[in-house]
Design a protein around this ligand. Structure first.
Ligand code: TRP
Length: 365
């Protein structure tokens, strides 16, 4: 099956996204595919979405207005989320707006097994922050099905049934790790991924960062091996790149708070981080004007591209003006700070509102 192993619970970094596609059997997200997608979101248009697994099934359902679903999971390990999580939600929102039955689960059992977060604590964090944050970032609570892993009997039953379909050697080959807690969490995640099909088989898409790809690939194997019992449609994956850390590492991580932007974060704190971010500017102003900046290496530009600017033309203008040296590094940071402050204010406002919705939500069991 897989040639390289990915440990979704480790601090896995993708040095080279292309390599990952080749070695891990993901399919590249091509221009040709992009052209067929109706009203692609900015992550798709800008190739922040870089790969997929069998996305054609879902695209077909969108185009033919047939039933399909989109699903994601919340890991309630921390009190807050960081910018990287926003990418998943943006893709979920896209599918919700294009007709997907939408599922958001709280991975409280996974958090308990792999991160020692008690079920009570996980539940509290999810209700107090994660679920309202997902709503604040654009998911429509009226059109979203929520559940806790610990309360969903069907998901747990699926996990038990699936456990006979995968061998220890396969887990080892895929994850490079066979801790029981991880194996149980992985099987449970396959239960999550296929649960929406218990009532009716249909295509489904799981938008994730590349670290979660093993769960999708294993779930697809499980589908093949449970054909006689369930007749599930193999789930599709849509993979986005990570949001890089402000210091230029491949992935933003809470373990390095100075280069990680959390949601929400006050303007002073976030702007200070932006001012210290790795820049694609030159040694001094004279050189910057002469040679131009390097947007690809500029973390503030990356924030604009992935998170803060919707309009492609506006982004392109900034790209060109930075590259030509017209925009200085200082001006880039001012712009990043201004847009981020606006985003955070808006987010906090929406978060307050969506916290009021949570008590009215029904969680399926
Ligand atoms: N393992 C995921 C994470 O670490 C959480 C999760 C649980 C999930 N079940 C899922 C994600 C199903 C996508 C689909 O974030």
């Amino acid at each position: 099956m897989a040639k390289i192993s990915i440990d979704p619970w480790g601090s896995f970094l993708v040095k080279d996204y292309e390599k990952l596609i080749g070695q891990y059997g993901l399919e590249p997200f091509t221009d040709e595919l992009l052209k067929k997608i109706p009203n692609p979101n900015k992550l798709m248009r800008r190739k922040v979405v870089f790969a997929h697994t069998d996305f054609g099934r879902v695209l077909n359902a969108i185009l033919k207005k047939k039933e399909f679903y989109a699903l994601t999971g919340i890991m309630p390990t921390m009190d807050k989320i960081h910018l990287g999580t926003k990418l998943v939600i943006e893709n979920m929102k896209y599918f919700q707006e294009h007709g997907a039955k939408t599922f958001v689960l709280v991975a409280d059992l996974e958090a308990a097994a792999t991160r020692q977060v008690s079920l009570e604590e996980g539940r509290k964090r999810a209700l107090d922050f994660h679920i309202p944050a997902y709503i604040a970032l654009g998911l429509d609570p009226k059109k979203t099905v929520f559940y806790f892993q610990s309360e969903n009997e069907q998901v747990k039953n699926l996990a038990f049934i699936f456990s006979s379909k995968i061998t220890l050697n396969e887990y080892r080959a895929i994850y490079g790790n066979t801790d029981p807690a991880r194996i149980m969490s992985s099987i449970l995640q396959s239960g999550d991924i296929l649960f929406p099909q218990v009532e009716k088989s249909m295509p489904g898409v799981i938008p994730v960062g590349p670290d979660q790809s093993p769960h999708i690939l294993i779930s697809r194997d499980i589908v093949n091996r449970t054909k006689s019992t369930f007749n599930f449609v193999p789930p599709s994956g849509l993979y986005h790149k990570f949001t890089p850390s402000l210091s230029g590492d491949m992935k933003m991580s809470k373990s390095k708070p100075q280069s990680c932007i959390e949601l929400p974060e006050g303007p002073e704190k976030v702007c200070k981080k932006i001012r210290n971010a790795l820049s694609g500017g030159r040694k001094n102003l004279e050189e910057h004007r002469r040679l131009g900046g390097i947007p690809e290496k500029d973390m503030v530009y990356q924030l604009l591209k992935q998170h803060l600017i919707e309009d492609d033309e506006e982004l392109e203008r900034i790209y060109k003006e930075y590259k030509s040296g017209k925009i200085t590094t200082g001006e880039m940071k001012d712009l990043g700070c201004k847009k981020m402050t606006k985003f955070m204010k808006n987010f906090e406002k929406k978060l307050k509102k969506s916290k009021k919705i949570v008590p009215k939500l029904k969680f399926i069991k």
